[in-house]
Design a protein around this ligand. Sequence first.
Ligand SMILES: [Zn+2]
Length: 247
Amino acid sequence: MLFFENLSRFETIKHSITTKKSNRAYQNSLALHTGEDIQKIYQNRQELAKYFGSSAKFVSILQVHSSSVYRVDSYNEHGWSNLDSTIKADALITNLSNIVLTVLTADCVPLLVYEPNKGVVASIHAGWRGVVGGIVTNTINTMIYEYGCNTKEMVVGIGPAIKECCYEVGIDVADRFYDYPNALKSLDNNHYKLDLHSVVNTQLINLGVKDIEISPYCTSCNSDILFSYRKENSCSGRFMSCIMIKG
Ligand SMILES: [Zn+2]
């Protein structure tokens, strides 16, 4: 598993980013929606759950590249088994303890957020569509307006994703990022290298977030330990980033 140094400072939370494991089914993929044997994926999820303790309840959603944020306000309705197919959203927020917020990715940007003063956590799935659509801004603003959080107190980990070195996009996608000229490098034939980590970082800084850590891992360059949709020719595996307030 991988961890953020900034989030690791806090005894009040637990977090993790899963990596591939050759001894687990589907190299330890955690996704239910990609056509694998669901029972084997559940076994991988149960193995991960041990790290968070027996009272932890996991919440996962069907990620749809939207800017929708889902508040987890109840203990009993949620768990591994029943939300993936019913809740369509791309970010989760809670102030409840023992609820593990999760995000599945294989090149898109996963983010984990903690606001220690108000005791609020969030997980965010940010592909290029979500980044353009404002999923990061929506999540931070929901933490501010619905939980009273302060961006200056927030601690954010921007997780492993396909980096500029490997993320080539056409003019159609690059067009959407002209507000972030430093995140685009022009190539031949109207193609560009896009640095989504940098765009997300800029959005967070513009919101007033100070404590931001960007993962050094490019999923494509490190597909030996992380799933990469592009590098692995539309692979179905997904790794999971998780955050939980301890009980
Ligand atoms: Zn790379």
